[in-house]
Design a protein around this ligand. Sequence first.
Ligand code: NAD
Length: 435
Amino acid sequence: MSELKEALSKEYYKEPAPIPQSDSPFASMMERFRFAADILDLDEGVFQYLSTPEKVVMVAIPVTMDDGRIEVFEGYRVIHNSILGPSKGGIRYAEDVHLDEVKALAAWMTWKCACVNVPFGGAKGGVRVDPKKLSMPELERLTRRYTTNMFEVFGPDRDIPAPDMNTNEQIMAWIMDAYSMKSHKNDTAVVTGKPIILGGSKGRREATGRGVITTTLAALNKLKISPSDASIVVQGFGNVGSVSAQLIYEQGAKIIAISDVSGGYYNKNGIDIPKAIHYSQTNGYSLEGFDGAEKISNKDLLELECDVLIPAAKEDQIDKDNAGKIRAKIIAEGANGPVTANADKILEENGIMVIPDILANAGGVTVSYFEWVQDRHGYFWTEERVNRRLNRMMREAFDNLFTVSEKYSITLRQAAYVYSIDRVATTLKLRGIYA
Ligand code: NAD
């Protein structure tokens, strides 16, 4: 950091954002990693190997702003591990991105890919910028220069970025183009989450919600609850929440509550989900004013009695303070890190089955894998084929974890970490340490 600080003038240098607190999603991830390592009796050297990112790259990104000034932004890419294949992970643009957060998110991606048997390692990238303060041409120049500076890191066989917070299809298209200009060929497979016309995959937009529901249906089956008898609560009505709600609605389930930043909406007789989606889409992606339900708080929504609670908004929603009040039979983690590590124990004691994020929301990375496969073949699948293969992989992953959880008498979350870490560690042993 100090080298970069010296390289940049004081005027442009921004102090790093604070390191996350001990109950942050990242600290929670490390706690779960340690627990799984103990169960597996992981060799100390392997533990160290898997706790240390393989590569950490930090770059200065000078951008000529529209008024002619030069501004310098800080960009990161962390490859946590590439034992299972090229590393995969999103790029976020946010003013408070810091290296520790990116390192932890990169590790999270390693476990997520291993958990669903996607042959990728884990990575994450970030640029410390508030994209809302940039014009489109400035955003394009920033993205292209970040890509150019990462040319030796990215690559279809090395490291494959994807969208994350504040990055989208357009930004992925610029990354693909900038990389291809430097490599002198059309490298569509260098990035996923691209527009379909540019080598994106059909079904990618709905993939995460679809994976949430495939695993939810598998969990309901284990508890012998028919989907048509199930009551569902969904927190967050964006991409993941609204698709999850729609797909389980189509299975005949009763969605008794939904929510977004404007608050919660409750109807004990069931909410008309297509109507709610239409309302939100025609109301600036907000449920504010939706009349098919009575208004409740987001806090009360989480504590409603139901069969399945799907937190699909943001991290840290269920913590040690409200975990004891959750009255769902199943929690399907659509969001990343919606349950803190210190809430896990309380949910376990209360017999609540948690489908962990690294399984439940891995449908997105699974279809990103399909996108990469299609780009490399230059042959594109029908949406029906994408969905069929996604359902199969998610279902198999759920069954694998269920078997591990029974074998060790542990929760599905613990099983997910045990399964993923074992997979990476076993591959590492077979490959050996290169010297
Ligand atoms: P999104 O921006 O489309 O939707 C987020 C929704 O949550 C919005 O409806 C927003 O109003 C709502 N929300 C925000 N704060 C809230 C709060 N305090 N209470 C209730 N609702 C609130 O985002 P998304 O793509 O649906 O992602 C949601 C979560 O899923 C994130 O944690 C994300 O990291 C995770 N995730 C997304 C994908 C994906 O493919 N989109 C993949 C894996 C994980």
